[in-house]
Ligand binder design. Structure first.
Ligand SMILES: Cc1cc2nc3c(=O)[nH]c(=O)nc-3n(C[C@H](O)[C@H](O)[C@H](O)COP(=O)(O)O)c2cc1C
Length: 119
């Protein structure tokens, strides 16, 4: 299972490139199975509010996080949501993508998904 948060469609697009079942975060979503989290970055390197809220109840089943950001924000905060999720919840950061990323990113994410989330 892939669980994602997307405000302007980039993360949703990335999720659509993967061979995996995916679901967008909605309020009070509970996922009782291993999943890969995919999110955008907000503020200045921040975890989007709905993602932080979701993780309060679902961090245990999260096997990894993929983050999308925009390099134009500068290297200190580029994809910062992924760094913060990794350090706060001890969830491995699988990949940082600039906006929608590239095919090489999708291939790497697919491989992680099949070996570390499905297994
Ligand atoms: C208000 C705002 C703040 C943002 N802050 C950051 C940031 O600090 N670091 C970063 O890498 N990207 C930042 N971004 C860029 C988004 O994370 C990036 O465009 C992402 O691909 C959006 O994904 P989405 O289309 O799925 O919502 C910001 C975008 C907006 C609109």
């Amino acid at each position: 299972m892939i669980v994602y948060a997307s405000r302007t469609g980039n993360v949703r697009y990335i999720a659509s490139k993967l061979k995996a079942e995916s679901i967008g975060i909605v309020e009070e979503l509970t996922v009782n199975q291993p999943y890969l989290l995919m999110t955008y970055t907000d503020g200045l390197g921040d975890i989007p509010r709905e993602v932080a809220h979701f993780l309060e109840h679902n961090a245990n089943d999260c096997k990894g996080v993929v983050v999308s950001g925009n390099r134009n924000f500068g290297h200190k905060v580029f994809g910062g949501a992924g760094d913060k999720i990794q350090s706060t919840y001890h969830i491995p950061l699988v990949r940082k993508l600039d906006l929608r990323g590239y095919k090489a990113d999708y291939d790497a994410i697919q491989k992680f998904y099949e070996t570390r989330v499905l297994e």
